[in-house]
Design a protein around this ligand. Sequence first.
Ligand code: SF4
Length: 489
Amino acid sequence: MSSSDTELIGTGLRKRTEKALNDPFLRAAVAYTTDKLRSGRLAAMEEFGDWEQWRSRAREIRAHTIAHLDYYLGQFADNVEKAGGIVHFCSTGAEAVDVFLKIARSKGAKLVAKGKSMVSEEMHLNHHLEQEGIRAIETDLGEYILQLARETPSHLIIPAIHKNKRQIADLFEEESGQPMPPETKALAGYARQKLREIFLEADIGLTGCNFGIAETGAITLVSNEGNGRMVTTLPKTHVVVMGMERLVPTYDDVEVMLNMLARSATGQKLTTYTSFITGPKRRGDLDGAEELHVIILDNGRSAQLGDPVFQEVLHCIRCAACLNVCPVYRHVGGYTYGSVYSGPIGAVLTPLLQQDMKEAGQLAYASSLCGACYEACPVKIPLHDMLVQLRARKVKLGLTPWTERAAFKIYATGFGNVKLYSWGAKLAHYAMKPMARGGQIRKAPGIFGGWTQSRFLPMKPKRSFRERWAELQRELQAEREKQLGGEDR
Ligand code: SF4
């Protein structure tokens, strides 16, 4: 199973959901890992103390940065260049691909070693490099496994969350032609050996950026595997691709954000490797790339600036805590969303970035609106409210099916008129009666059938609450009058 570019996001949503729900292995694998990440986060929050205060501080930093993004982008770009780097601002993914290809051609590059980068997924960079005859090898273990399987990430930080050791061993066996035991040590050893050759041979190292620090132009990178350090120091050229919102003003701010990111993502105090890269290698430096390019991508982000509802989506630090607690994600996994970003943040971000409410806007319905994502989010993004607002936007644009629009019109008319409501409720009781068994409908007809696919529909009672309440009032009144009559005698 893999995310497909050819299948429209919304159109295929139901089909992909059914497929995922009928895959017990996928559901168990996703639930197992998200449970572990979730309990790790809770323990780390507890141990850190004053979590709500830290959360508020992190939110303030992100809100301030995004509110002054133009200023901080300018400061960041100036400082990257002062440190000897080259900055490229790109409006679209296609533009960013062109810039990368130009750099690659100018270096005569044949091999690119990639660190983990969701923005490069957003640009579909591997596909473009392949067409250009340039090998791009993922060096994050999860991404490397998925590249062999020709799949895309299904989780923001654990890309191969849906694979087990046996499946990974099969992929490595196929690649090496050697038998491979499904054991962590053997599998990691094999990948390490293969990737070491890539680090040494690569012409370009490509990474994402967790945070750009405006006051110095430093790129902050976190990883648990150390591949980030290899990719940024061994190849002669280092190219960073980053979303335009991934900035913080100062080192003090990045300290807060790194604390929140590691704890929210994996429950660690700090990620194993945290690197700060300021410009290319300088005279006297023992390692580092000789040339540093920073590609800053807009791709629909600036359209959210100034939006009173959706600007906050740019506060996201991609920790994936919202995925790990989402009851929908935990049941269907990442591919069901059909987009690079999955889970609650993906359901909000994808239609906004793609500016497509028709197809991608369907993702707004891939949520139970329980609010668990908001509770888990270290920067307090109200994703559940945003999902409601996206649904409202879809309705306002007339993009919902006519049956749904008609049903809500009838519902609104009925609820706005007491007589109509009572009449409708009575009618509903008699209409449901022939289909009900033991007070429930187990298989509803037509458009109501979706409801009874996974639960029963309770029978509408013969008497409404209003009628029962009025009757109860009458009975109480009669009782009171009887008591008063007795006292008078
Ligand atoms: S929305 Fe919040 S919880 Fe979800 S990935 Fe972004 S920062 Fe993390």
